[in-house]
Design a binder for this molecule. Structure first.
Ligand SMILES: C[S@@+](CC[C@H](N)C(=O)[O-])C[C@H]1O[C@@H](n2cnc3c(N)ncnc32)[C@H](O)[C@@H]1O
Length: 213
């Protein structure tokens, strides 16, 4: 495992409050569904990195209609909460404590394992964020979708973020940096949008199919 960063107490409270959940449910998920071209095909297997307390995991099951989700977070406390939230979904969710940059260690994930991968505001926490993108690309099958909702360097530079939260200081990404990184790993962006002057980036990309242009 490389350098890792857990959220501080204030960020945990900010992430897990009802206003953010409402935003996620009523704005972000519909927008991401639009960018991804709708729900997943029946029987789809998904992986979610940085699942936190499992709220997004439920959205992946209920709204994106994944058949199953492998969900991982570094923070044991978060995974314990996710386990309680998802107790009514036996057999459809596997939870693991571990690093998003090594899904083989967490789930034994071989190359080309998943139909979809989800990142709900976690990659900006990873100091070597490119290795997380590489790991997602490794485990997605050709044609598989990567759905992302990210916090960019613009937001992290704002006084409120700097004062309250702890994030990696170096190699932060703008929306353009993030979108430019994806094709380097064979991920073709097919829809993206920013909000609040580039602070947040929502989008979807597909793993390149060999032979397609
Ligand atoms: C801002 S929170 C988002 C949580 C959740 N996705 C949500 O939308 O509520 C970021 C999460 O990423 C986790 N995290 C940070 N670095 C990680 C890593 N390298 N591997 C897995 N999880 C990580 C943190 O523990 C935290 O739960």
């Amino acid at each position: 495992m490389g350098v890792v960063m857990l959220m501080n107490r204030i960020e945990k409270a900010a992430v897990n409050n009802p206003a953010r959940r409402a935003l996620q449910r009523f704005y972000e998920v519909p927008a991401l569904l639009g960018l991804a071209g709708g729900p997943l095909a029946p029987g789809s297997r998904a992986v979610e990195i940085g699942c936190g307390t499992g709220y997004g995991t439920r959205m992946i099951l209920d709204r994106f209609r994944a058949a199953s989700v492998d969900a991982i977070d570094l923070d044991e406390g978060m995974v314990a909460k996710a386990r309680r939230r998802l107790v009514d979904r036996p057999g459809r969710v596997r939870l693991a404590v571990g690093d998003a940059t090594d899904l083989k260690a967490a789930f034994g994930a071989e190359d080309v394992t998943y139909d979809a991968a989800f990142d709900f505001a976690i990659i900006h926490h990873i100091p070597d964020w490119r290795s997380a993108v590489a790991e997602i690309a490794r485990v997605l099958r050709p044609g598989g979708v990567f759905v992302f909702d990210e916090v960019t360097a613009h937001a992290l530079a704002r006084p409120s973020y700097r004062k309250l939260f702890v994030h990696p200081e170096h190699d932060r990404f703008t929306a353009d940096d993030f979108l430019a990184e994806l094709p380097r790993h064979g991920l073709d962006v097919h829809g993206a949008r920013t909000k609040i002057q580039g602070d947040y980036l929502l989008g979807a990309a597909r793993k390149h199919r060999p032979g397609s242009r």
